[in-house]
Ligand binder design. Sequence first.
Ligand code: NDP
Length: 328
Amino acid sequence: MSQFKALLVNEEQGEFIPRVVTRHIDELPAGEVLIRVQWSSLNYKDAMSASGNRGITRNFPHTPGIDAAGVVEASSVAELAVGDEVIVTGYDLGMNTSGGFGQYIRVPAAWVLKRPAGLSLRDSMVLGTAGLTAALCIDKLERAGLVPGAGPVLVTGATGGVGSIAVAMLAQLGHEVVAVTGKADKVELLQRLGATRVLSRAELQAGTNKVLLTEQWAGAVDTVGGDILFNVVKSLRYDASVACCGLTAGGQFQASVFPFILRNVNLLGVDSVEQPLVVKASMWDRLSLQWKTDLSQLEQEITLEQLPEYIDTILASGMVGRAVVKLG
Ligand code: NDP
């Protein structure tokens, strides 16, 4: 097969227009592994790419999609054979390399992981970069000393992809989870996922001149940044940590040294994109075994044709859980 279906974003008079089109395999970049993509998923970064954010994607037309799961169709390396089921997340996929919103990708072998035994290709994309990021956040918090029973763990952007998986996974691991959301109608969903308390986003956004707030959180996963992250840092308990991975509320945040020098707290950065493949592999093993979590309440299956509508939803802060894209 030399043709395939893909979402292609075109720049037309300053607008970025996504359309489902037929593409040719010889338009894909050179690479060691050609993969027939069966599943992908929608992440906030895909929407940033599809809407022309030059920090993510420099050149258009472009097929976004930072996640892909499928079957090796051709390979020039011994470790990956035709027919192997594989996943690719991050690195340059979907940024400036044609991504998972197409039925084929061609990538370096160094980006490709064999499907973890405990997950189907579809399961792996329900998790996708969001699940990997949630796992990296929890792993980093644990390595900084967080244990179940230590106290409430806050998750911001709790109905989003990373946030909702973090809520479900932390609860399953035995943590007391407090979820923060801007969606008043999703309180019950968050409780079903395992949150013991749900706070409104407005409570966390409230501006204050105080350099410290009441100590509350034994740990936190922050997917939103901005003023909310500032308030989270100020309300961590003594010696606690926040894993910072996102920017939906803003890429800048204020800070003062006081929480750090008076409460011994830690601000932990989390990146899922450029992690060495061996680190990604160990996280995926965990996601498929000890940390395997039922995400059926969080997933919706969509087609390539539905992606533009979902891209608008995620950009408007309206996404709930994970959209898994069926390509196969
Ligand atoms: P989603 O859009 O699925 O989730 C983001 C959630 O943030 C929304 O659902 C909403 O949740 C909340 N939110 C949206 N707008 C605002 C706002 N203005 N103020 C406060 N909260 C807001 O995105 P993803 O889960 O895919 O990604 C979340 C963030 O993490 C993004 O910034 C993304 O770029 C980043 N990310 C980083 C990665 C890394 O490697 N560091 C990897 C993956 C994602 P609610 O309504 O419940 O409050």
